[in-house]
Design a protein around this ligand. Structure first.
Ligand code: MGD
Ligand code: MGD
Ligand code: SF4
Ligand code: MO
Length: 853
């Protein structure tokens, strides 16, 4: 497809019913729409759904869709398998036995709603809305819906991806770019233009740095990987920074096989070369950036030789690759999850932004463009904030409550560690209910999964809304609600551009869409707000036209720096028109995102003045917001907590570096494990092991091996391959085995292959952000008959024999809290003081000293 015009000319537009959203063909009804979760994905691609009698029978890519040009991944091509699967949850169910027994009784939606309504209202009376935790997973099609529900209906500020220490997905990159840039950068592969690769202003990046991301398998964060393949076909050169050889590394000018968890050192070294050799765009920096002196001073000693030692790279390659990026006009950086899953998260994100800014690659064609959600349709964490009563909102369990970090509350989510602490210790107050919508908490996001399961057993009431029965449901839920999949759902979304609509083409038993469930329950819990909307489509129209608030996950960032909280969207058509109008048929591009050099045009600042959406109006190489948040204002490297450098004494026992979670084409996190096609292609979890390492430890290709650290162990099947080096192994995440025993303690084998037996809660980087998921150490050895399996071990002893619990960094305060409560004192959460109800005397929890009210 390198010649895009040739591709377009080759498509028979009439045969594909251009301008039509639905037609009849060979006995099928064909619906032109977009896929978005469930089943999960971060993006949404143009599909043609072939249905018969309300059932999906076939799916094709839509070649007339400008976002994707008819290309689909295997997950969408086999959508019929996931939507029609017999394991799907068909009716609302209530637990009939003990938790874990997998005994359920079918109930009606009304019965389910009655019970949920009664429990929520009781908690409001006794403990306040803050005693409810509202849980969502990654950026599926619930991003704006579930937070709004949590705030406006459950009336809680405690909304988060529970279990996921350090906000270690995307939040670091969002906060880390909002601070220096005021907006979020993505690589310009022409995706904001409807005429795509033939757009007259657009050019492909000259050099693309693919860094801690595998865009082809992950299509992560609203970004589709094959856009970048098209760029490569048009001449873009690649630098791959990845411990694993990927499609990108195999085609790269430089493949930097970095030691996991050390990227910030490499970032500092690139900055050192680019500043030291004068390779940056001096005019641009003088006109548009601030903080250059401070940055230059901070990286003057972080030489390639210094970084080579830390990163296990060659100094000359570091230097040469830095020169290649700096010399490119334009250069672009495609960053990924590895940025968030290390202790250096915030510093590394800043290094990435500093590189983009220094080289003049921000908001230029083929560089890193700064984007908003199309038409400023920005409902998100802020959209329902004011609907939570202020007293409960103030009790959000952010890092101030939870951790020892100073700097506090700059991420919109509640802190997972704060929540874990509240559940485990009742500190600063007990948790009474958990609402889970779109997360398989036990199998996927929870760091230290066995600990999290044990903690969740303390929560009196748990509801899980999911299309499938999951290990989390069986182990912990009291009510489970069947969720409609995307082919059964009316919805709309913007994650960047264009705005897209999903339209219902099928039905599945009593499953309801996320929007319907939220609306129906919302009407019971907060009729004043949810009573405005009669149907899901009314609510979608609100989203398209009025659903304001900020996309940004940072409350502070949007108050301080961003220009995104515009208060009104610019979209004027109705949801119905978006779906049906021949000029749109499901998508609509906006002007803001298609415009380059927006700072010159006064498009970032609320008052229309020239500049970026930062406090100073400049690209802040040493951001003021970092200072305000209590973070270092220049990039620096933090060594992983366990590594050859931090803990040489442990390397005898755990000689290998462990990274995990690289995405595969077949699965989205813990999803898709039921599907025959996926399991045929990818039957078991794979541990990548270098041939020399395999030989050293007596491991054969295809053999089950234990991966073990000082915390726990899990087993995966060795895939002996040279794509990782001798020192490193790479494990997969999200595995459970729907074909196996559901009930406890086995729980579909959710602990057997879970790398999160080995990850830890309460271990975070600066600001309480980032955790070292992608940079651990381990040993590997073959699984032998008679070995104790993780599920047995966890059932019998709660965790592994050599398990070391990481306590909260504020354990002394928790102990003081409990001692005081035992003596009949009360806790004033907002003042962080213990109060003697008889005398009125107050003690500061932090210091233990007497305090004033
Ligand atoms: N070791 C390790 N652990 C990791 C990672 C890693 O790299 N390594 N990655 C982490 C990352 S980045 C993230 S974001 C988390 C993700 O964690 P989660 O987002 O919690 O992912 P899942 O466990 O797949 O849970 C999703 C559940 O939601 C259901 N679902 C899918 N779509 C929808 C929908 O539209 N509506 C509703 N109601 N339900 C839906 C699915 O059936 C599934 O059961 O995992 C983290 N865990
Ligand atoms: N098919 C599929 N797509 C998905 C998901 C899924 O589960 N399945 N999950 C979604 C979610 S929530 C997310 S966050 C994204 C994540 O998607 P990506 O951002 O692409 O992240 P990963 O696939 O975890 O890892 C990307 C690359 O980082 C490399 N890597 C590992 N450790 C390090 C390190 O320390 N430094 C560097 N530089 N590289 C390292 C891995 O080898 C891998 O090739 O994908 C989203 N899309
Ligand atoms: S990126 Fe792949 S899985 Fe996601 S919507 Fe597009 S085709 Fe489907
Ligand atoms: Mo993620």
């Amino acid at each position: 497809m390198a010649d895009y015009q040739e591709f377009l000319d080759g498509v028979d537009r009439e045969a594909y019913h251009e301008g039509e959203w639905r037609w009849e063909e060979d006995g099928y009804t064909v619906t032109r729409t977009y896929h978005y979760s469930p089943p999960g994905c971060h993006t949404s691609c143009g599909i043609l759904l072939y249905t018969k009698d309300g059932k999906v029978e076939r799916v094709e890519g839509d070649p007339l869709d400008p976002c994707t040009n008819g290309k689909l991944c295997i997950k969408c091509l086999t959508l019929d398998e996931s939507v029609n699967h017999p394991d799907r949850l068909k009716y609302p169910m209530k637990r009939a036995g003990e938790r874990g027994e997998n005994k359920w009784q079918r109930i009606s939606w009304d019965e389910a709603y009655d019970e949920i309504e009664a429990r929520v209202k009781e908690i409001w009376e006794t403990d306040g809305g803050n005693a409810i935790i509202c849980v969502h997973g990654t950026g599926r099609n619930i991003n704006w819906q579930v937070p709004f529900f949590g705030q406006a209906a459950l009336k809680t500020p405690n909304i988060s991806t529970f279990g996921f220490t350090g906000f270690s997905c995307y939040m670091p990159r969002i906060c880390g770019s909002i601070a220096p840039f005021g907006d979020f950068p993505i690589v310009d592969a022409s995706e904001t233009h409807e005429d795509r690769y033939s757009n007259s202003e657009w050019v492909p990046p000259e050099v693309l740095v693919v860094w801690g991301n595998e865009p082809l398998a992950s299509n992560a964060d609203g970004y589709i990987g094959h856009w970048l393949v098209q760029c490569v076909q048009m001449g873009t050169k690649i630098i791959s920074i990845d411990p694993r050889l990927t499609w990108w590394g195999a085609r790269a000018e430089y493949w930097l096989q970095i030691r996991p968890g050390t990227d910030a050192a490499l970032g500092c070294a690139w900055l050192n070369v680019i500043i030291g050799e004068g390779l940056y765009d001096a005019d641009y920096v003088a006109s548009w950036c601030s903080g250059f002196e401070e940055l230059a001073e901070s990286v003057k000693d972080t030489t390639p030789e210094w970084a080579a030692e830390i990163c296990d790279l060659d100094a000359d390659e570091i230097r040469a690759s830095a020169r290649l990026y700096a010399g490119a006009k334009p250069g672009a950086i495609q960053w990924g999850l590895a940025f968030d899953q290390q202790l250096s998260a915030m510093a590394l994100c800043l290094a990435g932004c500093d590189l983009m800014a220094l080289c003049g690659n921000v908001d230029v064609p083929g560089g890193n463009i700064l984007v908003h959600n199309a038409f400023e349709i920005n409902a998100g964490y802020a959209s329902g904030e004011n609907l939570t009563p202020a007293e409960w909102r103030a009790k959000k369990l952010n890092n101030n409550f939870a951790l020892s970090v100073e700097g506090g509350d700059f991420v919109a989510h509640a802190s997972s560690d704060g929540l874990l602490q509240a559940i485990e210790d009742g500190f600063p107050y007990p948790i009474k209910m958990m609402w889970i919508q779109s997360s398989n908490t036990l199998s996927c996001p929870s760091q230290d999964a066995p600990r999290v399961m044990k903690a969740m057993q303390n929560i009196p009431f748990i509801v899980n809304a999911d299309p499938y029965v999951t290990p989390t449901s069986v182990a912990l839920a009291d009510i489970i609600l069947p969720v409609a999949m995307s082919a059964e759902r009316n919805s709309a979304r913007t994650w960047w551009s264009p705005c897209r609509a999903m339209v219902k083409a099928a039905d599945f038993y009593e499953a309801k869409s996320d929007e319907q469930i939220i609306l129906e329950l919302g009407k019971r819990l907060n009729p004043e707000v949810f009573g405005q909307w009669e149907t899901d489509i009314d609510w979608l129209n609100w989203y398209l036209h009025d659903g304001t608030g900020s996309f940004s996950a940072t409350t502070e960032a949007t108050d301080q720096g961003g220009a995104k909280n515009s208060g009104k969207t610019l979209f004027t058509a109705s949801w119905d028109e978006l779906v049906r109008d021949p000029s749109m048929v499901g998508h609509c591009y906006d002007e803001f995102n298609a415009t380059y050099n927006k700072a010159e045009k006064g498009m970032f600042r609320p008052d229309g003045s020239v500049g970026y959406g930062t406090p100073s109006g400049r690209l802040e190489l040493a951001p003021m917001l970092y200072q305000y948040w209590g973070l270092s204002t220049t990039p620096f490297h933090t060594e992983p907590p366990e590594s050859p450098i931090s803990t040489p004494e442990l390397m005898g026992e755990y000689p290998l570096i462990l990274t995990c979670g690289g995405r595969s084409f077949e699965f989205f996190h813990s999803e898709h494990r039921q599907l025959p096609t996926m399991r045929e292609l990818h039957p078991q979890p794979r541990l990548l092991v270098n041939p020399a390492t395999a030989e050293k430890y007596g491991i054969q290709d295809g053999q089950w091996v234990w991966i073990e650290n000082d915390h726990g162990r899990f087993k995966q099947m060795a895939k002996v391959s040279p794509v990782v080096n001798e020192k490193t192994v790479h494990a997969e995440h999200g595995w459970w085995f729907p074909e196996t025993e559901p009930s406890a303690p086995y729980l579909f084998g959710t602990f057997e292959s879970n790398p999160n037996n080995c990850t830890k809660a309460f271990v975070t980087g600066q600001g309480g952000v980032g955790s070292p998921i992608k940079g651990m150490i381990c040993k590997i050895y073959p699984v032998r008959e008679g070995d104790t399996m993780p599920y047995q071990q966890i059932a019998e002893a709660g965790n592994f024999p050599w398990y070391e619990k990481v306590e909260s960094p504020r354990q002394d305060e928790i102990d003081r809290f409990h001692a005081a409560l035992d003596k009949g004192m009360e806790f004033d959460v907002m003042a962080n003081q213990l109060v003697d109800p008889a005398s009125g005397e107050r003690i500061d929890l932090k210091t233990g000293a007497k305090a004033e009210a």
